[in-house]
Design a protein around this ligand. Structure first.
Ligand code: PLP
Length: 410
């Protein structure tokens, strides 16, 4: 009998398209001449390969049987302890019961969505926001309530208006999701004033905040702003859940991250994790522990910051020299992270432009992927961390020519 599988897909996933960016990446795989400004990849030049080879060899020699065994769902005790110490340097004070190791930041988001969301629940997000968060939360079919970002981060007054609007319908959002440090995709950082205002809003309406912060240590200009989690702790609150990943701290290949929050939240997240991946591979966790405890991380982060700062500055300078300016063209000036956000005149659909850019051997991510609703089509997310400096300047030139050509053809 021929089974009609499609008719059996669950309501949660039957219209689920997954990560649209992933499909674009596949298009580039076949052509090595394409310079990709699309991925969110750290530079391999910044990978700490020598140290990790040593730690790996020692671990495999001394610990092979343990590595080959199951390990605790919550995470390896040694890693949790290392994470606690690491967070302390950032004024975040948590104990073991407040931490669950995740199989990367993406799982951290998935656990959050599964823990809190019923179909139809409202969640407050930025416009644009991280596409991976949209994909993770979409599984639970929430209602995304978005507010356009401002130069200094989320539009807190806009959030308040949306919350009031929901209140008039006797509804309350389940949480507010933000990426306050060098946001993916815009590179924008939330000011201290806004972090405080966001917390106040969270207290006033009793709505938790999900703070997703993979890029916090990658600041190239300006002063560090306290995390929302630490501000909440200072106020004696417990309104914030922090999502972290080793992907940009150390390397994405390990697929290790951690969520922090109140004990009850972490306990249930751990139970959900049990039902999905059971455990995060011990070997990968041990490599992350070695990274945090055996490497001198501060000089390492300093090196990364200097390296990426140069690339960002070169990229911005080349944009200023070559890219069309004014008349609807603009781009953000990030102080850190891996991305910047380019806006083009509304008449240009960047998904269409992407296909033309491929012919000019350059790629970016069309901005529509970063909107959960009312997709805007005239933006591009640009990554400056992965390509070499020569490739970065060449990519900007190719993109500029492509856009001019697009204008001529239209
Ligand atoms: C804001 C944000 N959150 C979470 C993640 C997930 O990262 P990973 O799954 O690699 O840990 C990313 C990755 O780019 C990100 O930009």
């Amino acid at each position: 009998m021929k089974q009609d599988w499609v008719s059996r897909f669950s309501d949660n996933v039957k219209d689920f398209e997954g990560y649209s960016i992933g499909k674009l990446f596949k298009m580039m795989d076949d052509d090595p001449e394409i310079i990709s400004l699309a991925g969110g990849l750290p530079s391999p030049e910044m990978f700490t390969t020598d140290e990790i080879r040593l730690a790996s060899k020692r671990n495999l020699t001394d610990n092979a049987e343990k590595i080959m065994q199951y390990s605790p769902t919550r995470g390896e005790k040694t890693l949790i302890e290392a994470v606690i110490q690491f967070l302390e340097k950032d004024n975040v004070r948590v104990s073991e019961e407040n931490v669950v190791i995740t199989s990367s930041g993406q799982q951290g988001l998935d656990l959050t969505g599964r823990l809190f969301l019923n179909p139809g629940d409202a969640i407050i997000i930025d416009r644009p926001t991280f596409a991976g968060a949209i994909v993770a939360f979409q599984m639970e079919r929430p209602e995304f309530v978005g507010v356009t970002m401002e130069q200094d981060g989320s539009n807190i007054d806009g959030f308040k208006e949306k919350i009031e609007g929901l209140k008039r319908q006797n509804r309350k959002p389940k949480f507010i999701y933000v990426v306050p440090d060098f946001q993916n995709p815009t590179g924008i950082t939330m000011s201290l004033k806004k972090r405080e205002a966001l917390l106040e809003l969270s207290y006033q309406y009793d709505i938790p905040i999900i703070e997703d912060s993979p890029y916090r240590h990658l600041r190239y200009y300006g002063e560090t702003t306290p995390s929302i989690f630490s501000l909440d702790q200072e106020m004696g609150g417990s309104n914030v859940i922090g999502l972290y990943t080793f992907s940009k701290l150390f390397c994405p290949g390990m697929r290790v991250g951690f969520n922090i929050g109140p004990k009850d939240v972490i306990e249930l997240m751990t139970n959900i994790k049990e039902g999905s991946v059971l455990t995060t591979p011990k070997y990968n966790q041990d490599m992350c522990t070695a990274f945090l405890t055996e490497m001198d991380t501060e000089p390492y982060f300093k090196k990364c910051r200097a390296y990426y700062r140069e690339k960002l500055q070169l990229f911005l300078d080349t944009m200023a020299d070559h890219f069309p300016d004014g008349d609807g063209f603009s781009w953000t000036q990030p102080e850190g992270g891996l991305f910047l956000w380019v806006t083009v005149p509304e008449k240009i659909d960047t998904l269409q432009l992407f296909h033309e850019a491929i012919k000019f051997k350059v790629a970016f991510v069309p901005g529509n992927a970063f909107f959960a609703e009312n997709h805007e089509k005239n933006h591009m997310r640009i990554n400056f961390s992965y390509p070499s400096k020569e490739q970065l300047t060449e990519a900007v030139k190719r993109l500029s020519v492509c856009i001019q050509d697009h204008g001529r053809v239209k």
